[in-house]
Design a protein around this ligand. Structure first.
Ligand SMILES: NC(=O)C1=CN([C@@H]2O[C@H](COP(=O)(O)OP(=O)(O)OC[C@H]3O[C@@H](n4cnc5c(N)ncnc54)[C@H](O)[C@@H]3O)[C@@H](O)[C@H]2O)C=CC1
Ligand SMILES: O=C(O)CCC(=O)C(=O)O
Length: 447
């Protein structure tokens, strides 16, 4: 089997030599899915996984805009339309200076499996730009979004490709993108998700990724007759996903002791309660400040410059910032300190070595494509509401979200339970996602 995986990866590497993040995402899937394919007659000899590794379409375009000093700036925009076997392309847009083809292809590849897990009819895609929103004025952000959409609009649509937010793209950016799309197309449709509540958005979409990550942790704990109540939780990031993971974990009786950004992390031994989180939300979403400013209001907390929060003792860790933010040394520290649940809010935050370390110790470890699927699932619910031209209540959406997260968990158990009873959520999520997409691809022929 190892030689089959190696042979497969050699083929993928030949074509994508300079794309380390993409190759990392593919190998993790290949290791678990290739043995499964070998055991299933219907998938044999169809090269399905290889087909899944090739995007259906890659768009790359110039994004020129004018900054506040009058200078013309040029960024690069992308949209990866990865797989539409089970529905229109669906996935977020990332605005961050590190954005490149490799990062967006890894995210689009993960999105295909994740979207299949949600049980909703959504294919996978991802996009963005190497634009740095940090320290840009509102006007600059708006002009950038308008320029970005002035090209993207020709390639997307409510039945073709439906982008949403990701790092650096929140409610404000979705508003500017939507406004430009509407102007260019002269139609009001559900072409983006994460919209404002008064213009087609869904209640709970802002909360959904973070809440879903906590719901998934709850499901994992329940397999060992345990709950989140009273647990100490470390969270990285302080953006959309981190904020709502913190909110839900706290509401359920856990104590969240860390949050971070790219400058370092804060540790608050007493826990980041609702009032403190409201301060963080104001700081990050409105003032767009740094996490160290938490100490101006809560001086008892500590700030660790340039560090990640994984050396802090905890029961549960939720990486909610970015890819490859939990290295093997971090994993060892988490394990040594007794952490026994890792529920990923971010996409691929743990390096392969870190994942293997968690699994070797048989702790409950959920990969992002399973545990953070609540965001895109609720985007799917936003699309349904837009199509039906109705609005569900907060309770209705939250109930559906909880049901979807619990379904994903069940599917991971179905495909990931080992002979000794250990639930390998990586294997479970990869195979469950693969089966759904592969069956649709088989039915649709070689296209
Ligand atoms: N927004 C969503 O609905 C979903 C987001 N995700 C993933 O969750 C993660 C966070 O996304 P959002 O919260 O939406 O973005 P955001 O832009 O609201 O927040 C990102 C956070 O990560 C931190 N961060 C970014 N790069 C970093 C770095 N190099 N080192 C340390 N910290 C860094 C930022 O300071 C910020 O706190 C990403 O991996 C994203 O792909 C996954 C599923 C859905
Ligand atoms: O809501 C969406 O369409 C995308 C969410 C996303 O980008 C993700 O799941 O990584």
């Amino acid at each position: 089997m190892e030689s089959k995986i190696k042979e497969f990866m050699n083929l993928v590497k030949q074509r994508n030599q300079f794309e380390p993040e993409f190759l990392q995402a593919v190998v993790e899937v290949a290791e678990t899915v290739i043995p499964y394919i070998a055991s299933q007659e219907i998938y044999n000899g169809k090269n399905i996984l290889l087909r899944m590794c090739e995007p259906e379409r890659v768009l790359m375009f110039r994004v020129p805009w004018i900054d506040d000093t009058g200078e013309i700036v040029v960024n690069r925009g992308f949209r990866i339309e990865m797989n539409s076997a089970i529905g229109p392309y669906k996935g977020g847009l990332r605005f961050h200076p590190t954005v490149n083809l490799s990062i967006l292809k890894f995210l689009a590849f993960e999105q295909v499996f994740k979207n299949a897990l949600t049980t909703l009819p959504m294919g996978g895609g991802k996009g963005g730009a190497d634009f740095d929103p940090k320290e840009k004025s509102d006007g600059e952000i708006m002009r950038f979004c308008q320029s970005f959409m002035s090209e993207l609009f020709r390639h997307i649509g409510p039945n073709t490709d439906i982008p949403a937010g990701d790092i650096g793209v929140g409610g404000r950016e979705i508003g500017y993108l939507f406004g430009m799309y509407k102007k260019l197309r002269n139609e009001f449709t559900g072409v983006l998700t994460g919209k404002g509540m008064s213009w087609g958005g869904s209640l709970i979409r802002p909360e959904a990724t973070g809440y879903g990550t906590v719901y998934f942790a709850q499901s994992m704990l329940a397999t060992r007759k345990d709950t989140i109540k009273g647990k100490v939780v470390t969270i990285s990031g302080s953006g959309n996903v981190a904020q709502y993971a913190c909110e839900k974990a706290t509401q359920l009786g856990a104590k969240v002791v860390t949050l971070s950004d790219s400058s370092g992390y804060i540790y608050d031994e007493d826990g980041i309660d609702a009032e403190k989180l409201a301060f963080v939300m104001e700081l990050k979403n409105k003032k767009r400040g740094r996490i160290s400013e938490y100490l101006t209001k809560y001086p008892k907390a500590k700030f660790f410059k340039g560090e990640r929060p994984w050396a802090v003792k905890c029961d549960i860790a939720m990486p909610c910032a970015t890819q490859n933010e939990v290295h093997i040394e971090d994993a060892k520290k988490l394990l040594a300190n007794g952490c026994y649940v890792v529920s990923e809010g971010a996409n691929m935050p743990s390096t392969p070595d870190a994942v293997h370390a968690f699994q070797a110790e048989k702790i409950m470890y959920a990969p992002g494509k399973a545990s953070n699927a609540g965001g895109v699932a609720t985007s799917g619910l936003e699309m349904s509401q837009n199509s039906l031209r109705i609005v569900w209540t907060r309770e209705e959406v939250d109930e559906r979200l909880q049901k979807i997260m619990s379904n994903i968990h069940e599917n991971c158990i179905k495909y990931g339970t080992k002979s000794d009873g250990y639930i390998d959520y990586v294997t479970g999520a990869n195979i469950a996602g693969f089966v759904k997409v592969a069956d649709a691809m088989l039915a649709q022929g070689v296209v």
